[in-house]
Design a protein around this ligand. Structure first.
Ligand code: PBG
Length: 326
């Protein structure tokens, strides 16, 4: 496949000028590739900084038009909503997840009322922002109950969709939840609601700052290794993805991002479906701290985002979405 040799062939020729480099570039990055996560907080007129995530904020619902408006202006196609739930609203069963007046529901309604379908809204389906133990599912005698959790998740998904959420994103890693959520949506005449499955979600140390941002970090009992994947595994990701496709997932997510570029490529090569990558909070904060300490420059952000495109990702969830200039 590769022909020619030095000195006839000099690869530096096409690198000589910026215009020439542009012509031969194999991957590009634009705002259309990005999804912006937004953290929500109770109250009014609030924009609260998050200690573990420099430059990322929690917004009260009434301030959402500012951050979402900016995202629309830039051409970012979708935002992802995550709630910081106060401790007094959390319980063993995460019942706040099913409260039609919870933060996420109010956030969805506010955005849809103001911006209609100018931007997509994606919501996590999982119980961890709402449980007093910080797990994504029901906990009984140190066990996460799969099937009982899935029943609640299906209700949570239907509720979010009824409020106006466009893309349901189960991030809980329970078995069989995509199928149950799909049929619950269909039964409720929500056939057009898309499902973006976090099909490949590893049990990772890189979620630390996020757990701080949604207020589950100090509450979390133990770890999530009985449901999130072992980061030593690769073939298992194909089993997860194939199950979720059969159950009705429209797109799949690989998460975290940078340590798992091989997985993004593998999934994309094996299934010709939309694959999304999540550059998670720990990745974000590491890069941001490096930039703030002047260890690396800002171009490092684009370099990481392009790496996802090169690996085969269609879109990237990233806290940098509204911070970079493209
Ligand atoms: C919870 C959830 C997590 C993230 C998104 N949804 C954390 C976890 O599973 O503990 C992590 C996102 C990030 O770190 O940016 N279901």
């Amino acid at each position: 496949m590769i022909t020619g040799k030095y000195p006839n062939l000099r690869l530096r020729r096409s690198r000589k000028y910026a215009w020439s480099r542009k012509l031969v570039q194999e991957n590009t990055l634009s705002y259309s590739d990005l999804i912006l996560p937004i953290f929500l907080i109770e109250g009014k007129n609030k924009k609260e900084s998050i200690k573990s995530m420099p430059n990322v904020f929690r917004y009260s619902v009434d301030k959402l038009h500012i951050v979402v408006g900016k995202a629309i202006k830039k051409g970012i196609p979708m935002v992802a909503l995550f709630p910081y739930t106060s401790k007094k609203k959390k319980d063993e069963n995460g019942s706040e997840a099913l409260n039609p007046d919870n933060l996420v529901c109010r956030g969805i309604k506010f955005i849809k009322k103001k911006f209609k379908n100018k931007i997509g809204i994606m919501c996590d389906v999982a119980l961890d922002p709402y449980t007093s133990h910080g797990h994504d599912g029901l906990l009984k005698k140190k066990n996460i109950l799969n099937d009982k959790t899935v029943e609640i998740l299906a209700k949570q998904a239907v509720l979010q969709a009824k409020m106006g959420c466009d893309v349901i994103a189960p991030s809980d890693m329970m078995d069989g939840r995509i199928g149950k959520i799909r049929s619950a949506l269909d039964k409720n005449n929500l056939k057009d609601i898309q499902i973006l499955s976090y099909a490949v979600k590893f049990s990772s140390s890189f979620y630390g700052p996020f757990r701080d941002a949604v207020g589950s970090k100090r509450l979390l009992k133990g770890d999530k290794k009985t449901y999130q994947m072992d980061f030593r595994n690769s073939d298992e990701t194909l089993r997860e993805v194939s199950l979720d496709i059969k159950e009705g997932a429209d797109m799949v997510m690989v998460k975290p991002g940078m340590p798992y570029l091989d997985i993004i490529k593998k999934v994309k090569d094996n299934f010709k479906i939309p694959v999304f990558a999540y550059q998670v909070s720990g990745e974000y904060s590491l890069i941001m701290n490096g930039i703030n300490k002047k260890l690396i420059d800002k171009d490092s952000i684009k370099e990481t985002l392009i790496s996802f495109k090169r690996a085969g990702a269609n879109s990237i969830v990233t806290y940098f979405a509204d911070q970079i200039n493209l």
